[in-house]
Structures are given as structure tokens and as C-alpha cells.
Design a protein around this ligand. Structure first.
Ligand code: ATP
Length: 236
């Protein structure tokens, strides 16, 4: 098991938003977490990347417990997050944003190779490497946010709503690229409101409702599940 979340509780102030969730991700998998607004999906990802600290429970990555580590140390373990809303540094160029993602990489030759791979995955970023990131389109900013996360050469990539606000064709392109990234050996955890696209991409999925995991299954089984269809697939 690459990632294991065990009985995780998270509170914001006095309000508990995750009530003891358990989640496992094997190396090489794409796992999606589905759920309505406010279910706790982002909180789950933020807990894995160390930006939110659990009140109890544990998170193991490669058998090491990471839930007490600082966020920058967790990146060094091989966990990278693409935050909701992209959060690229708008006043910096594409290239400068990419450089920031490489802060954990001590080997410049390796960083350069990674960068070449990312520019192959997203040719539009290569064309625009000197452009200020704030002037990129929403889709290009999403690509940059993914590219920047990949610069840390993660073993696992956590994505929070990469399809948010993007046109359907662009969502298709980005999800296709996520498939390529996964094929190259990067494990993926994907939080999505676009359940249909997420289940098509993922091998397995979890459904989170009000801070509890209520379902866990293969993507095919989740897509065929009437409860998932009614709540997340538009009653197909
Ligand atoms: P969305 O899809 O809307 O982002 P989500 O499933 O990712 O939803 P979270 O963002 O994890 O849900 O939020 C879970 C709950 O925690 C919500 O009720 C939210 O209001 C609350 N919450 C999130 N962040 C904070 C915070 N920094 N302080 C207090 N409450 C928070």
C-alpha cells in the first residue's frame, strides 16, 4: 500500500468535519474521491499533504507516518498537491512557477529532464514559458498547476477539482494527460465534482458524505450503483 489513511478525524476549531475516515491507495492506482460540496474532500487532501493537521488518526505513506510532518517535508517524501483554484503565482512567468515546483530537487540535470517531460505533456506551457501566469487561460493555469506539482517528481499526485470551470473539451484533454502521467508511474488521487469524468479515469473510488466514507468500490461498480447514479451522475 502506498498511501493509507487510518481512522482520520479532522476539526476546524470545534467543528469536526472528518469523522474517522479510512482510505487506501495502491502504487500505480488512480483513486477518486466523490462527494457533494462541503463533504470534506478538500480537507482529506489537505490532511495528506500536511496543510491541515488531524485531531486523531494516522496517515502512512510508504509505511512512514506523515501526519505529524511539516508540509514541506511531506513534499520531499513524494507527495504533491494541485490545489483547488490552481493558485499559480500570477505575477511570475510560467517558467518561474515551474522552477518553484522544483525546490525539493537537488539534482539540476534530473530537474531539467522532468521539466522537458512536463513540457511534452503540456506543449502549450512550453510555448508560453515566458508569459506571466496571471494572463494564461483557466485551462492553461490548470496545466501549469499540474506541471508545477510534477516538478517535485512526486510518487503520488493529489488533485483537487482540476475540471472546475473548464470547458468540456479541455476537461477531456486534461484527464487524458492525467492518464499519461499515471501510465508513467505516478499514482493519482483525484477529488472531483465531475463524477462521470472522474470515474471513467479512475480505477477505484470512494464516496464521502458529511465527513464519512459511505461507499468504496471499483469505478465500474460505482458507476453501476443506483445510489451513485442518483446522487452524482444525474440520475442516469
Ligand atoms: P467543496 O467541494 O465545496 O470544496 P469539500 O468536500 O472539499 O467541498 P471541504 O472543503 O473539505 O469540503 O470542507 C468540509 C467542511 O469543512 C465544510 O463544512 C467547510 O465549510 C469546512 N471548512 C473547510 N475549511 C475550513 C476552514 N479553514 N475553517 C473552518 N471550516 C472549514
Amino acid at each position: 500500500m502506498l498511501l493509507e489513511i487510518v481512522d482520520l478525524y479532522v476539526k476546524y476549531g470545534n467543528i469536526e468535519v472528518l469523522h474517522g475516515i479510512n482510505l487506501k491507495v495502491r502504487e500505480g492506482e488512480i483513486v477518486t474521491i466523490l462527494g457533494a460540496n462541503g463533504a470534506g474532500k478538500s480537507t482529506t487532501l489537505l490532511s495528506i499533504s500536511g496543510l491541515v493537521k488531524p485531531s486523531s488518526g494516522a496517515i502512512y505513506f510508504n509505511k512512514n507516518s506523515v501526519h505529524k510532518m511539516a508540509a514541506h517535508a511531506i513534499v520531499k517524501q513524494g507527495i504533491a498537491q494541485v490545489p483547488e483554484g490552481r493558485r499559480v503565482f500570477g505575477t511570475l512567468t510560467v517558467q518561474e512557477n515551474m522552477n518553484l515546483g522544483a525546490f525539493v530537487c537537488a539534482d539540476p540535470a534530473r530537474a531539467k529532464k522532468t521539466q522537458e517531460w512536463i513540457y511534452e505533456l503540456f506543449p502549450v506551457l512550453a510555448e508560453r514559458r515566458q508569459q506571466l501566469s496571471g494572463t494564461l487561460s483557466g485551462g492553461e493555469q490548470q496545466m501549469l498547476a499540474i506541471g508545477r506539482a510534477l516538478m517535485s517528481q512526486p510518487k503520488i499526485l493529489l488533485l483537487d477539482e482540476p475540471s472546475l470551470g473548464l470547458a468540456p473539451l479541455l476537461v477531456k484533454t486534461i484527464f487524458q494527460t492525467l492518464r499519461e502521467i499515471n501510465a508513467s508511474g505516478v499514482t493519482i488521487v483525484l477529488v472531483e465534482q465531475n463524477a462521470r469524468a472522474a470515474l471513467k479515469l479512475a480505477h477505484r473510488g470512494y464516496v464521502l458524505e458529511l465527513g464519512n466514507i459511505v461507499l468504496e468500490d471499483s469505478s465500474e461498480a460505482l458507476m453501476a450503483n443506483p445510489r451513485v447514479q442518483a446522487a452524482y451522475l444525474g440520475g442516469e
